[in-house]
Design a protein around this ligand. Sequence first.
Ligand code: EPU
Length: 426
Amino acid sequence: MEWYIIEGGHPLNGEISLQGSKNASLPQFAASILNRGVCVLKNCPDIADIRTAAEILEGLGCTVEFGKNSVKIDSSKAFGYIINRSVMKKMRSSIVFAGSILSVNKSAAVHYPGGCPLGERPVNIHIDSLKKLNVKVYEIGDAIFCFADDIAGNEIELPFPSVGATENIILASVKCRGKTVIYNPAKEPEITDLQNFLNAMGADVYGAGSDKIVINGVKRLKKYTEYTVMPDRIAAVTYLAAAGITGGAVNIKNVRCEHIRNELEALKRMGFNITEGSDSVRLESLAEVRGFGKIETNPYPGFPTDSQPFMCVLASVGNGKSVIEENIFSNRFRYVEQLKKMGLNAKTEENRLEIEKSCLEQKITEAEDLRGGAALMLAHLGTKGIGVVKNTMHIDRGYENIEGVINKLGGKVYKLYGEEKNDKGK
Ligand code: EPU
């Protein structure tokens, strides 16, 4: 088991270039089989989830070649329709491959996906939506078998704007008969990026980012497509918060400020100096940090649930109370228990978390999910002395070389193979 050993108390200063987006590139990997040809994804992050996505594609018959920040996928022989159960369990996004596999191979055999333990994460909206597209779906144990001789476009109104379900419907509909209209779709920027990638491939999709997405089915797609994945908005907020918690000043290049508007507003309320450029952002710490008041997580354009753990860590150095209301996942405050071990002064009641200024001390903490794990790293970076975050694999799912990025800014993070002492002290 690998651990991050972190010597905290060093202000992070300097400039970094942001990685490509995890949550945009994952559905784009799924989309890459639709043209039965070659897709080159540039600015694709080299992270564990992307390696899992590559494993899924290889299992279907694709070849996947990793270059420097780009990936070439050849799906000309992708005739497989089964995703291995153990691979499905590695990440939530594996379910999004069902739509594109169905589109090209008429059947898909998948399982209930894994992913971060953030509370109940059913796939009912995915399944109900696929059924509306004339797909027959059978759930047997935790396996899901789908058959689609003729995917037919339809009008689908989502009961909740699920990101993954919106992606699955789009992917299943790109080559459908007729037209699919999604009402109340997810509006996240990653959906718009998927639309842009698909249209670069020759698809006819419009409306992403609005209340209605339309997919006109097309017969053929281009055999060769190159596309540049959007920057990772959640990684941007992670590194801004890392600068803030250490009292430093960091410039991030290759960022789209419009994607992190809520977080930038909250950081300004806390007293950080934020300077926006056309594709860059700078955070500078000033003398006093204040609480951010209240944040309510909601589907985009609301405050992203993925960013709330970083705001919680920052709130621990802010004067005044900060409150987070979590409205997306039922169990997204697990990381708070780990922060409490370090001395976080916080109170949780159902979906509400109240944080007050705290005096944290270094401890051994345990990452239990991706963003919560990264938030623990931030807490250790902001605290003098040496601390540990166990289970680095959760963090490595979404961050490309996080220790390298932090160390480039003057942090001291080491990744080591760690093991508990047994009771004989060995
Ligand atoms: N939901 C259902 N039924 C469904 C689908 C979703 O009840 O069929 C519920 C979920 O249980 C959850 C809520 O709807 O309570 C939101 O789920 P959604 O489907 O929108 O999220 P997702 O597609 O599973 C993506 C991101 C998450 C991010 C959420 C919300 C990817 C790979 N994952 O998940 O990112 O938190 O949207 O914005 O795109 C992360 O990157 O750390 C991460 C967890």
